[in-house]
Design a protein around this ligand. Structure first.
Ligand code: DGY
Length: 332
C-alpha cells in the first residue's frame, strides 16, 4: 500500500476501547471516531466511510452489498470482533477490499460465559434469583426447583475451534465430561488434546447432555438448530449458544423447551438482538439469557481493539494483515 499513515483517514464506527485508537494516532493515522454509544445509523456510516480510506468497525455496523458498493474506495475494513457475519465478505472480496478480524484474544472470555451459562441453566440460577427479587423466598424447600448435575455427562460441541476447545477443557476439568463434537472438518489436534470424538451431526444431537454452539454464522449454519434438530435431542439436554443467535431458530427453541423436547438453554446470543424484554424465554425456569457479553472483559476488549488497529497499521506499513479474513483479495 503506497499511502503513508499520515495520509490515511480511518473512521472508527463505534465507541471502542481507546487502546487501538491510541495506537493508530501514535502511528500518525488521521482518525475520526463515532462518539455516540448507540449504533451508528446506516446513512451516517456511509457518509463517514466515504470520507475515509480505512474503516474500523464492529458487529453493529451493517457492511452489506449496498454499503460496499457505495464505499468501493475503502482500502481496508478492520473488524473489532472475531465474527464478521455483519460484513458481506464475498462482495468485499469481489470489490478487492481486504477485511481483518480479531481472533484469539476473546477465547477465554467467551468460553467462560458458555461454561457459566451451562451451570446457570442447569441449576436454574437466573430464575431462582428472580424469585428473591419477587419476595418469593419463603423457606428452605427440599423438593422444589431441583436442577441437574454435570459430572460425567456428555458435552457436545458444535464447531470445535479455539472457543469450543476452551469450553471443552473447562467441562473436562470441572466435571470429567466426555467430549464429542461436530465440525465441517475433523480436528485431529483437538481430538488428541481433549480425547474428543468426532460424530455426525445427528449423533451430536442424540448423544449430548449439554450441546454448546461455537460455530460461525454462515449459510450452512443459519437456523441449523431448528424444530427437527431439537426433536432429535435428549429431553434432559441443555442447549448453549454463545456464537450467533442466527444459528438457532428462536421460536423452535421456545417450542422445544415448552414441549420438553429439551430440558434447558443458556444463550449469550439471540435472534434478533437485542432480545425483547417480554420474550418468554426470559421467564423460563431452566433458561439463562445474557446480552451478548461473551467478550466483555477488560482484557478481551482491549485485545480486540489492539488487534483491529494492528491490522490497519501493518496493512499500510508492510502490506500485511495479521488476521486476514479474505486473503484471496491480494491475488487480484
Ligand atoms: C465477536 O467477536 O464476534 C463477538 O461476538 C463480539 O464480541
Amino acid at each position: 500500500m503506497k499511502r503513508k499513515p499520515g495520509d490515511v483517514k480511518v473512521f472508527v464506527s463505534s465507541v471502542l476501547p481507546s487502546i487501538g485508537i491510541d495506537m493508530l494516532r501514535k502511528e500518525n493515522f488521521n482518525v475520526t471516531t463515532w462518539n455516540d454509544n448507540n449504533p451508528i445509523p446506516q446513512d451516517k456510516l456511509i457518509e463517514n466511510a466515504k470520507l475515509c480510506n480505512a474503516l474500523f468497525c464492529t458487529l453493529t455496523a451493517k457492511i452489506d452489498a449496498g454499503f460496499l458498493n457505495e464505499c468501493k474506495h475503502l482500502e481496508i475494513i478492520s473488524q473489532f470482533g472475531v465474527g464478521y457475519d455483519n460484513i458481506n465478505i464475498p462482495e468485499a472480496t469481489k470489490l478487492g477490499i481486504p477485511v481483518g478480524n480479531t481472533p484469539g484474544v476473546l477465547t477465554d472470555a467467551t468460553a467462560d460465559i458458555a461454561f457459566g451459562l451451562m451451570i446457570a441453566a442447569s441449576r436454574k440460577m437466573f430464575f431462582m434469583h428472580k424469585k428473591i427479587e419477587k419476595g418469593e423466598w419463603k423457606h428452605f424447600a427440599p423438593t422444589s426447583h431441583l436442577g441437574m448435575e454435570l459430572k460425567n455427562k456428555t458435552l457436545g460441541i458444535f464447531g470445535l475451534g479455539r472457543i469450543g476447545i476452551e469450553m471443552a477443557k473447562r467441562c473436562k476439568g470441572a466435571y470429567n465430561m466426555n467430549v464429542i463434537y461436530y465440525n465441517r472438518k475433523q480436528n485431529i489436534e483437538a481430538e488428541k488434546l481433549l480425547g474428543a470424538k468426532y460424530v455426525p451431526f445427528h449423533e451430536l444431537l442424540a448423544q449430548s447432555d449439554v450441546l454448546s454452539v461455537h460455530s460461525v454464522l454462515s449459510e450452512e449454519t443459519k437456523g441449523i438448530f431448528n424444530k427437527a434438530a431439537f426433536e432429535k435431542m435428549k429431553p434432559t439436554s441443555v442447549f448453549i449458544n454463545t456464537s450467533r443467535g442466527g444459528v438457532h431458530n428462536e421460536e423452535d427453541l421456545l417450542q422445544a423447551l415448552n414441549e420438553g423436547k429439551i430440558w434447558g438453554a443458556g444463550l449469550d446470543v439471540t435472534d434478533p438482538e437485542p432480545m425483547h424484554k417480554d420474550n418468554p424465554l426470559l421467564n423460563m425456569e431452566n433458561v439463562a439469557v445474557l446480552p451478548h457479553i461473551g467478550s466483555a472483559t477488560i482484557e478481551a476488549r482491549n485485545g480486540m481493539s489492539r488487534l483491529a488497529a494492528e491490522n490497519i497499521i501493518e496493512f499500510y506499513k508492510n502490506g500485511l494483515i495479521p488476521n486476514f479474513v479474505n486473503p484471496e483479495v491480494m491475488k487480484k
